[in-house]
Ligand binder design. Structure first.
Ligand SMILES: [Fe+2]
Length: 245
């Protein structure tokens, strides 16, 4: 599938501009430093004035981390999603919400996929971590419990993760980064936010349909790596038990 750029009309461009400008301003004191730095770095190919061209985003990412955007029709099965991530391919829709849906979506659109996720893929450490999630998903695709654990890890970090930077809570999860309402909610309401704990995350279910009831905060990006180390260790342990029985 390809992005058919000529299909976007003036209303789409206006929606993109409205979302981008509002959220860029809103995130100035809320997003993590790496996201803000990466968004700035990408400003020639990712900005408010035009819907981004995936080809240009790919050209930008190629020499930096080698990630590319894979156009998908919408949500795809998790095994396909992880398999693409293992090849450094990030799934994105090409459709955009309407002006009436600015703050409510049942499924992620390209504003979520691109504005929320893509800037952090400029960073080598983050880009490698994303590929590692995909590779673990491929390696343990026949172990439903581990796949569920990986989905929970992904949800509470890549989608809805918070990070403590110089004693200040900031956002790095794409689900919050791309949501005007949820990014304000984090700072204007009392939220339940626990210190990152991989064992707890593996036991915690999530709800896709509403604002999150609970968040996890990392103290550094390396903490996510250690979380994946632990998840891999558990997965390998389960494999050994299966082989022995
Ligand atoms: Fe997402």
């Amino acid at each position: 599938m390809k992005q058919l750029y000529s299909n976007y009309n003036a209303a789409d461009f206006l929606v993109w501009k409205t979302l981008f400008e509002r959220q860029e301003k809103n995130l100035k004191d809320k997003a993590c430093s790496l996201y803000l730095k990466s968004l700035k770095e990408m400003s020639s190919v990712l900005h408010a004035d035009a819907i981004p061209k995936f080809e240009e985003l790919n050209q930008f990412l190629a020499p930096r981390t080698g990630w590319e955007i894979e156009v998908v029709p919408g949500l795809i099965p998790v095994d396909e999603f992880f398999a693409l991530m293992a090849e450094r391919k990030f799934c994105s829709s090409t459709w955009l919400r309407s002006m009436k849906q600015l703050d409510y979506l049942e499924e992620p659109d390209m504003f979520h996929d691109i504005f929320g996720h893509v800037p952090l893929l400029v960073d080598k450490g983050y880009a490698d971590l994303m590929q590692r999630i995909g590779k673990l998903g491929v390696q343990f695709k026949h172990d439903a419990l581990i796949i569920e654990g990986l989905e929970r890890f992904y949800w509470f970090t890549i989608e809805f993760g918070l990070i403590l930077e110089s004693d200040k809570r900031n956002i790095y999860g794409a689900g919050i980064i791309s949501s005007f309402g949820e990014s304000k909610h984090i700072f204007e309401s009392t939220i339940q936010c626990d210190a990152f704990d991989i064992d707890q995350i593996l036991e915690t279910d999530f709800d896709k349909s509403s604002i999150q009831q609970r968040y996890y905060e990392i103290s550094s990006m390396e903490e996510m790596q250690r979380g994946l180390d632990r998840l891999e260790e558990i997965a390998k342990g389960r494999n050994r038990i299966k082989k022995a029985s």
